[in-house]
Ligand binder design. Structure first.
Ligand SMILES: *Cc1c(COP(=O)(O)O)cnc(C)c1O
Length: 240
């Protein structure tokens, strides 16, 4: 990567952070920017790291493990898994990631909890919700989300953090905001149902709404996103 490509990534990061702040109202906290690095080279991850970015997300396990090995000299990187999870992959996913955004069935949640090393802190979990009830999309249906959240909440090596969604593309802002508001309302309803086991340790439960990508993050922020997942807008187009 040339010096100017390096500078461009740093500039894009700064511009994006400013844009995120400009969409955040005064009384809210600024959502966390998750840099979606799938299909992008580690040189670009290094450039963003040098510019201060720490949280990165990957969709494909083998690609992610290879990149993590190449980047093992970088400290305090935070790795998020956001892709579909096959049960034969849970062993490595439970070991090599800090967050999982794409848990959509009980069997996967149980395997992740069983396989999370005892020496590691509990794995941060978002339940992926198929907010459009689309037959072709992954995620638990909105009607089944509460039951899966209860399961995750009670698994010892998992820390239930919130809900994630990938809505069908919508072109106008208000339609985008409306679907993200549905996820926010679902989160609020489930949070109200979960009885704290211990009020002092329960503060993290369902604090997270992982929603918004390059095409719709301003609407997600308006609906209360706490983590936005940005690939193209930060890295540029994904190499094919
Ligand atoms: C690829 C991907 C993103 C980022 O998409 P962009 O449109 O490039 O910002 C976010 N979330 C998930 C789950 C993805 O797979």
């Amino acid at each position: 990567m040339t010096t100017s490509e390096h500078d461009t990534l740093a500039q894009r990061l700064t511009a994006l952070q400013q844009d995120i702040a400009s969409h955040t109202h005064q009384q809210e906290s600024i959502p966390t920017l998750l840099a979606v690095s799938k299909k992008q080279p580690t040189s670009k991850i290094r450039a963003l790291y040098a510019a201060g970015q720490r949280a990165f997300a990957e969709n494909y396990l083998q690609e992610a493990l290879a990149k993590q090995a190449e980047l093992s000299d970088l400290t305090a990187l935070e790795w998020h898994f956001i892709g579909p999870i096959q049960s034969n992959k849970t062993h490595d996913i439970a070991q090599y990631f800090d967050w999982i955004h794409s848990v959509d069935r009980t069997k996967i949640a149980e395997r992740l909890s069983n396989q999370r090393p005892a020496s590691s802190p509990p794995l941060n979990i978002c339940v992926q919700v198929n907010i459009d009830n689309s037959p072709t999309k992954s995620g638990v249906s909105p009607a089944e989300a509460a039951a899966l959240c209860h399961t995750v909440y009670h698994l010892p090596q998992l820390q239930l953090r919130g809900l994630m969604c990938i809505p069908e593309p919508r072109s106008d802002f208000s339609a985008q905001q409306a679907v993200f508001a549905e996820l926010a309302a679902l989160r609020d309803a489930i949070r109200a149902q979960l009885t704290p086991v211990d009020a002092t340790t329960d503060h993290l439960t369902l604090d997270t709404l992982s929603m918004g990508m390059s095409a719709d993050y301003p609407a997600a922020i308006a609906a209360g996103a706490t983590i936005i997942r940005i690939g193209t807008r930060l890295f540029g187009p994904r190499p094919t």
